[in-house]
Design a protein around this ligand. Sequence first.
Ligand code: HEC
Length: 83
Amino acid sequence: MTGCSGCHGHEAEGKLGPGLADDYWTYPRNATDQGLFELLFGGANGMMGPQYVNFTTDEMLHIMAFIRDIYQGDPKKAKWLTQ
Ligand code: HEC
């Protein structure tokens, strides 16, 4: 996860970029797998650039699985579980 931890922290606790393990999303679409993939692939704002230059699609899916795994927020907000 070296490509992400520089900005998001080794435990995804947040650093230059926002924490990814809590239940707050800047972008609500990240609650769905499709939205999260689009954000990772195409990038967000500021330093969060498109990640397709660094990772293959397969690696991207692994990263998504990792993000879902470290999620610590309210399970009711974990929409991807019910979709
Ligand atoms: C160069 C620093 C940097 C790197 C490297 C980086 N990010 Fe980010 N990331 C950011 C910043 C800054 C934001 C906030 C962007 C915004 O608000 O538009 C962000 C936003 C995000 C978001 C949206 C969070 C939300 O609350 O909606 C996700 C998900 C994310 N990053 C995942 C990743 C993953 C996974 C990687 C590795 C593949 C990664 N980032 C690599 C800086 C970085």
